[in-house]
Structures are given as C-alpha cells and as structure tokens.
Design a protein around this ligand. Structure first.
Ligand code: ZN
Length: 270
C-alpha cells in the first residue's frame, strides 16, 4: 500500500458517516492534498458534538414513594441514577458542581447544611436550576449533628431551621426528603423527623467516598463501582478533587446509558 492508499484507508477507518464520504472524495486529489484533507477531517471528527446525557423520564412515569423505611435505591425500568451530594463545606465546590450541572444537564439532588456560607454565596447561580427542577434540595440538618445523640425536640429544630433557610433562600420545600448526617438514624429520630414533615430518610446504595480528601482516581473508581442502574449514590460538596473529574463521571454515565434523576423526577410527593 502506498502513502496515498494508506491515508485513504486511514480516513475511511477513522471517520464515520458523512465524514467518510468527504474523506473518500479527498482521496481523488493529489497525495499532498490528501494528507491535508485527512488531517482536516480528523480535526472535524474530534470536534463532533459531545454525546449528551439522557433526559429525565416523563412525569407520567413517576411513582408513589414506597414508604416504610429509609430510601436506598430507585424503582423503575433500570436506567435511573440518582447522584446526591451533601454538606457544602467548600463554597467553590458548590459553585463548580452547580456549573457542572448547568453545562451538562446532569440532574442532582443536594442535601444541604444551611450553616455553610456556600448556600448563600451560590444562591444566584443555583436558584434557576432549583426552580427548573434540575437540582433538587433536600434537608441534611442545619449543623450536621449525629441525630441519634440529640433529643427529639433538637432533631425537630435541626430540620426545621434548615428547612426554613432553604425555603427562604430558594423558595422550595425540601420535605419530605432528609438525609441524616453520617447516615445515623433510628426509630426515635425518624419519628421526630416525621413530626417536622420529613418522612423519608434518604440513604444511599453506593458512595464516591469523598467526605474526606481522596484522590481523583479513587473518586472515578468509586463512580465505576456504584454508578449502576437504580442506584442512589452519595458524594460531597466539600473537597475539590471531584470537580476535576466531571468528564470521567459523565463518560461512566454515558457508557452505561444511565439517566440521571432527582428524587422528584422519580417519586410523586405525598
Ligand atoms: Zn453530610
């Protein structure tokens, strides 16, 4: 095979659809022209529009909340993924996660602790996404205390104060979804939370394991492990490494044909 044939074959092998036809046309010109055309076509292929995330399921597919205990997974047809991210210790991470949602359309649920300035700092950026339903806000208590160490009235106060903050700042009601800090809850805390309107302790199936500082590679490996159909996955708005691996997280979601959802995308509110 001479250089010209090689370039034509290379173009045909690496280009798809219309680009292949263009490459074939280029192969009728001179060798020099072919080399240029092949390089141009390769550039065009590299600039093809990025794959986009699947939209949420239709409203008609929503189901009643199962009730009767903590929520750890999603029901449904098998392509749903609920990415839920918590706390908000670092304002820059809240900003970058929200920008990630804005840029890609990924649907997220934030379990916020209103004590952190991040929720006020980023209100202007975040509010439109909350209003459109792309990002849902859940209640993670005001001060991130282990609820099992508190009295019933303290549990009510933690959730009520945080719920009021979220309503005043974003105009939405986080109830009935709450996530007990550290996942720690029991019949007493669940009963107190229900008294405050929070009837759904929302736990998780898998974790990005980034509540403390871990490496970017580790976070991607956790995503590969836990971004699976019907999973509720927990991550954190606390440390920067996750904000450096958004393309890798999107690749896992796209490769597995998963559909990111908020809890409100899946369940009918009681
Ligand atoms: Zn937390």
């Amino acid at each position: 095979m001479d250089r010209r044939q090689f370039l034509c074959t290379l173009a045909a092998a690496t280009l798809s659809g219309a680009a292949t036809a263009a490459g074939a046309t280029a192969c009728s010109s001179t060798s020099v022209g072919i080399a240029t055309a092949a390089a141009d076509e390769t550039t065009t292929a590299a600039q093809a529009p990025a794959r986009s995330l699947l939209p949420p399921p239709p409203t008609s597919a929503r189901v009643p909340l199962p009730g009767g205990g903590a929520l750890t997974a999603l029901p449904g047809s098998g392509d749903l993924l609920a990415i839920t991210v918590d706390d908000g210790v670092n304002s820059e991470v809240v900003r970058l996660y929200t920008q990630f949602a804005k840029d890609t359309g990924v649907r997220l649920t934030y379990f916020a602790n209103g004590q952190y300035a991040s929720w006020t700092d980023n209100a202007a950026l975040l509010r439109p996404l909350v209003e459109s339903g792309q990002i849902q806000l859940g209640n993670h208590t005001w001060s991130h205390s282990d609820l099992t160490t508190l009295s019933k009235s303290q549990v009510v106060d933690e959730l009520t104060k945080n719920g009021k903050f979220l309503r005043n700042t974003y105009g939405v009601d986080a109830a009935p979804y709450f996530r007990p800090p550290y996942g720690k809850h029991n019949a007493t805390t669940d009963s107190a939370a229900a008294d405050a309107g929070y009837t759904v302790p929302t736990l998780w199936y898998g974790s990005l394991s980034d509540s403390s500082l871990v490496t970017e590679d580790y976070i991607v490996s956790m995503a590969r492990q836990y971004f699976t159909p019907n999973a509720i996955v927990i991550g954190h708005l606390n440390y920067l490494p996750v904000t450096h691996v958004y393309p890798q997280l999107v690749d896992v979601i796209l490769d597995r044909k998963l559909r990111t959802v908020t809890l409100d995308d899946v369940f009918i509110r009681p």
